[in-house]
Design a protein around this ligand. Sequence first.
Ligand code: ADP
Ligand code: MG
Length: 290
Amino acid sequence: AAPLVVAVSTSISAKQGLLIRNRANFEGARKLNAVVFDKTGTLTQGEFGVTNIVPNNGYQENEVLTWAASLEQNSEHPIAAGIVSSSKEKDLELRKIEEFESITGKGIEGKIEGKKVNVVSPGYVDNNNMDYDRDTFAKLSEEGKTVVFVLLNDELIGMVALADMVRETAKEAIASLKEKGIHSIMLTGDNKKVANWVAKQLDIDEVYAEVLPDDKANQVKTIKSKGWEVAMTGDGVNDAPALATADLGIAIGAGTDVAMESADVVLVKSNPKDVVSLMELSRKTYRKMV
Ligand code: ADP
Ligand code: MG
């Protein structure tokens, strides 16, 4: 039978909104000295609103938004929800998708009315040597906005900027970790300027940006090899391999099923501060045992 302290902690953890899926790894949580966080949907609310549409080559704002939203109807990314809801607010009529594919960590691609349409990251545009208004891009990014590019038959027809909100509880979580001497790290697929902007608001110790999904797990491996006992906290499909690689994988309850299935603990209330609670609970539970 399970020791009494463990049984007691199960009901305590449930009350605190912690769903413990892997007890052995949860036991190790008392030894953690570093916590890695995904940005979008973990440190931020992951609820994007469109703030700017910057058309290119004489296209109209609504035209850019219509192509983008038509394609994003098929995506589950938080960026997609922001773009689609903005098109609805403007009563734009969306077009039918003929083909759809997601380009992991970089955006989406599809066919609409016989045309190739993409909504992609700055990294994708840079890799394909496409030209765009870099000053405007830099200005939007420095305001903490996430910028995506809309391509029509490989012609860049505009950029769409979206704003997300930093979770107030994330700020408290980082401060609380800092008090305990625990190192905090951000790992995001978003661009460096946005990542640094969010990191500054949260006073996070270390930032890795423009990290593709497979590299998130590699990055966690590298952090482990430096001797850290590390937890990874994330919400997305792209975080799943990193959650499985960390000493403790922590999923945000409001996140994707894939993330939760790969995690050792689920934060049912989606509150990043519960990362601290779970470390405390692990310590209280297991210090009584040898
Ligand atoms: P994070 O690690 O912060 O959760 P992601 O890895 O999910 O970020 O996304 C990385 C980047 O890929 C986004 O900032 C965006 O530029 C691009 N991207 C991913 N999915 C989409 C999509 N559906 N539409 C547009 N851009 C996308
Ligand atoms: Mg995310």
